[in-house]
Structure formats: C-alpha cells, structure tokens
Design a protein around this ligand. Structure first.
Ligand code: SAM
Length: 308
C-alpha cells in the first residue's frame, strides 16, 4: 500500500515537471514544484494546461483573489504603490500564494531594484554635496518615496545641500511616505500631490527618479511621459527611469504568466536598445543603463537633458 502511494506521488511529480516544461519551456524549480503540489488539484491542473474553457480562468482568478492578499491588491489596481510595499517589507505576507510570490526571483528583483536605485542616487547626490553644490531631486511617481527616505537614512547631512520632493497622484501613498519619514526621524523630504505629466515647474530639477512608472506603458507613451517631464529639468539634469526587462519573463516565466494571465497586470517588457531609443526619442542624451543587481530584471536607464 505504502509503495503504491509513493509510486503515485512520483508519477504526480513527474507529470507536473513535464507539463511545466511543456508550457513554460524551462525546467521547474524546487520552489515552483512545491508551490504547485500544494495547490488544490483543479487549480494546479488549470495552471499547467492551457485554459480549456472560459470558466477555468475565472476559477483560478477567484481562488487567487480569495487566498492571496497580494493578488487581491494587484487585481484591484496593479499600478499602485501597495503591492510594492508588500514586496519591499513582507508585511501581511501569509498563505501559500503570497509566500511563494514573495520569494520568486521577480519579487527579489524588486527589492534589489530598491537597493540599486538608492545606492546610485545616493552616490550622485553625495558627489555634489561633497563639493558643496546644492541640488533639487524629484522622485516622480514616488509612491511613499521609500527609496528617497533610504537615501537620507544615515546621511541626513545631505539635506544641507539637497532638497527632495516626492510627487505622486495618489494622496494615500504620500501620507504613507510622511508616516515613514516621521518613523525614521528624518526631515527634508516634501510630499506633493500632482500629476507628473502636468508639472508646472520649469528648469528646476537636477536629478529625477521615475521608478516603476514606465513598466506598464507602451514605447510611445513612455516617450511622451519622458518628453513632458523634461521641461521641469535644468539643462544638464539627470533622469533615472526604470523599466522591466525581457529577462524577467525569460527567467521567471511562471510568475510572469501569473501576473499577466491570472492577476491581469500587463507589464510591457522592454529590451535595452528599446529603452535607449525611448530616451533618445524623448530628447535626452543617453548616458547608459544600470540594473537591479544581481537579478537584472529591471533596467535603470540614465538620460541627460542636453545643454542645447
Ligand atoms: C508602481 S508604483 C511605484 C512607486 C515607487 N516609485 C517605487 O518604485 O516604489 C507607481 C506609482 O506611480 C504613481 N503614478 C502613476 N501615474 C502617475 C502620474 N501621472 N502622476 C503622478 N504619479 C503617478 C502611482 O500613484 C504609484 O504610486
């Protein structure tokens, strides 16, 4: 009897591995295997096959909505800061789907992106501050501005030289940012509600961050957004704009599939050359690209506003 059960288990595992490879063209990882084996059989089967009937998709969506806080938040509005806060902090991560999602390479890449953005921007700001040059930094589509806050943490002397403004359309994100700043005993960051494509300011910004905003936008819209915000930069100003890269669905196809087909979040994965083109078409000089390390699922394109 025991032997038969073990045989059956081996057969199930082998079948999951085979089907996963057939669908995602990649060997299944141990995390993916464990996750799929713990799901109810009908959900696992639907995820590994093509949707056979229209209700199949609805069944899985409903299961994810009911059993995953992360999915529920994303299904409601994928572009808010809320999902990122969950992924950055791990708060409210519980249950099979959320624990799996939190530990995927895609989620790790977001935490890596936060570290990379913070360290690149801090380096640029410190270089100016060390020469006693004042500068204005704008975080456009900042959410709660966690990256901006982390730049200042342990470096509050920087506020003698740099003024930092987080701009977001979502007042809840800004309130969260103010709370975070208070909790960390920091001063010097202002939080302004506004639409980044309708900024009235002119020739003001020395360094701009636009992180996690272009990822869901098509090429043409990215160009339009970058072109619009360029008016607010000083000549020679630097913009760092992140974009999700094609390496994410390449290396983490299962999570990319869950995001697109189950959660309904249509990310527009781009190549490095396309990001360079976006900057050039928007009228910036291309200064190159850096990455979230070591995952490299996000490209941090760097552009400079030309002097002429
Ligand atoms: C995915 S979140 C990224 C938040 C933050 N930059 C980060 O990386 O953690 C995108 C943010 O952009 C904001 N946003 C989207 N469109 C905007 C617009 N037109 N003007 C201002 N903020 C916008 C959203 O409200 C949201 O907080």
């Amino acid at each position: 009897m025991k032997l038969m059960m073990e045989d059956n288990r081996t057969e199930i595992v082998e079948s999951v591995k085979r089907k996963f490879f057939r669908k995602f063209l990649k060997e299944i990882s141990l995390d993916e295997l464990n996750f799929l084996l713990q799901l109810p059989v009908c959900i696992k089967d639907i995820l590994l096959e093509r949707f056979q009937q229209s209700e199949d998709k609805e069944i899985v969506e409903e299961y994810f909505r009911k059993h995953s806080f992360l999915s529920k938040v994303l299904m409601k509005n994928p572009a808010t800061f809320k999902m990122l806060e969950l992924i950055y902090t791990g708060e409210n991560i519980r249950g099979l789907i959320d624990r799996y999602s939190f530990n995927t390479p895609s989620a790790q890449a977001l935490r890596n992106r936060l570290l990379s953005v913070t360290s690149i921007a801090r380096r640029i700001i410190k270089a100016k501050a060390n020469k006693k040059i004042e500068m204005k930094v704008f975080n456009l589509g900042s959410g709660p501005g966690r990256d901006t806050i982390e730049i200042l943490e342990g470096n509050s002397y920087l506020t003698d030289f740099v003024s930092m403004d987080c701009i977001d359309i979502d007042s809840e994100a800004l309130e969260k940012g103010k709370e975070l700043m208070k909790k960390k005993n920091l001063i010097g960051i202002t939080f302004t509600q506004g639409d980044i494509v309708r900024l009235k300011r002119r020739d003001e910004i020395d360094l701009g961050l636009i992180i996690g905003v272009l990822c869901g936008l098509e090429h043409k819209t990215c160009v339009a957004v970058l072109k619009r915000i360029k008016r607010s930069f000083k000549k020679g100003g630097i913009i760092i704009a992140s974009n999700v890269l094609k390496s994410m669905p390449g290396e983490d196809p299962f999570m990319s599939y869950l995001l697109k087909d189950i959660i309904g979040w249509k990310l527009v994965y781009k190549g490095i050359e396309e990001i360079r083109q976006i900057f050039l078409e928007a009228g910036y000089e291309w200064e190159g690209i850096l990455y979230d390390e070591p995952t490299r699922f996000h490209g941090l394109g760097i552009g400079k506003v030309p002097f002429t």
